[in-house]
Write a protein that binds this ligand. Structure first.
Ligand SMILES: Nc1ncnc2c1ncn2[C@@H]1O[C@H](COP(=O)(O)OP(=O)(O)OP(=O)(O)O)[C@@H](O)[C@H]1O
Ligand SMILES: [Mg+2]
Length: 269
């Protein structure tokens, strides 16, 4: 696991040290995190007191009904958004008070994001898409190209590097997006419904790729609506109304139940 590099001086000065030491070995530590959206006079508690730890090489699926706060949680974890209150440490560093520039740098260096809709640049080849996040690295173009090519080979697309997104299948597009997420060697690979736009067979092959990356040491957290996708992970976190109501190894996890069932409003046993 890469260690977090020293942030720019401004960010380091702006940051207050955490009042309690971070749990040993946790690469993600959330404590009492909330995210409240204001829409007119209404306040939406998208995250309502989340406390969570994630360790190196964990493989976690987040499940829950639509609107339960899964994407909001991923956006906060991925430093795309900030918590309204609470504490979030990544690799032992409190992100809560980082400047926007420092947070963006953490995001670029530490987080690899994969989205349901791939989010590839249509005018560029697979290789160029994967090279894109390396633009901020100090490496020359040849090294960047070599790295991008190597990651595309790792995800099984060595023979598609010159193809543009519209010349690729859905599963191949998602592989390019995964390669792009991996090219900066992120601490965590995050995926929000990575199989949401794929048929069952292609979903399975994408999940097999996540399994392979996990075996190779990658820490992974993904959101899914589908039990069979979640079962690939080793741990399943279930959310409802901005809260985690169940969190346990996937082989002990019950199937997701509607909100009206017995565990509504509290942690299930
Ligand atoms: N930018 C926003 N402004 C206001 N409310 C928002 C915003 N983004 C999300 N919400 C609200 O926050 C809650 C959680 O949304 P979120 O997108 O995290 O749900 P989700 O679990 O990812 O749902 P889905 O499975 O449909 O993707 C919802 O009630 C949603 O309407
Ligand atoms: Mg969502």
């Amino acid at each position: 696991m890469k260690k977090l590099q020293t942030m720019p001086t401004i960010a380091a000065k702006a940051e207050k040290p955490p009042s309690r030491p971070e749990p040993e070995g946790a690469i993600i530590h959330l404590r009492d995190v909330t995210r409240v959206y204001k829409v007119g006079v209404e306040r939406i508690h998208a995250l309502d007191g989340i406390t969570l730890e994630l360790h190196d090489n964990e493989y976690v699926a987040v499940m829950g009904a639509s609107g339960s706060g899964k994407s909001t949680l991923m956006n906060v974890l991925g430093c795309l958004d900030r918590a309204t209150s609470g504490h979030y440490a990544l690799d032992g560093q409190n992100t809560t008070r980082l400047s926007d520039a420092a947070l963006a740098r953490v995001r670029n260096e530490r987080i690899g994001f994969v989205f349901q809709s791939f989010e590839l640049l249509g005018q560029h080849s697979a290789l160029k898409n994967v090279e894109m996040p390396l633009i901020y690295s100090k490496n020359g173009w040849w090294t960047r190209r070599k790295r991008a090519k190597k990651v595309l080979e790792r995800v099984g697309l060595g023979d598609r590097i010159k193809h543009k997104p519209n010349q690729l299948s859905g599963g191949e597009k998602q592989r390019v997006a995964i390669a792009r997420a991996l090219v900066c060697e992120p601490t965590i690979l995050m995926a929000d419904e990575p199989t949401g736009n794929l048929d069952t067979k292609t979903s399975e092959s994408i999940m097999n790729l996540f399994d392979q990356l996990h075996r190779e040491g990658q820490t992974i957290i993904l959101v899914t609506h589908e039990e069979h996708v979640a079962r690939h992970a080793r741990r399943i976190i279930r959310m409802r109304d901005g809260k985690i109501y169940d969190d346990r190894p996937s082989n002990q996890s019950p199937a997701d139940k509607p909100a009206t069932e017995k565990d509504a409003g509290g942690k299930s046993s």
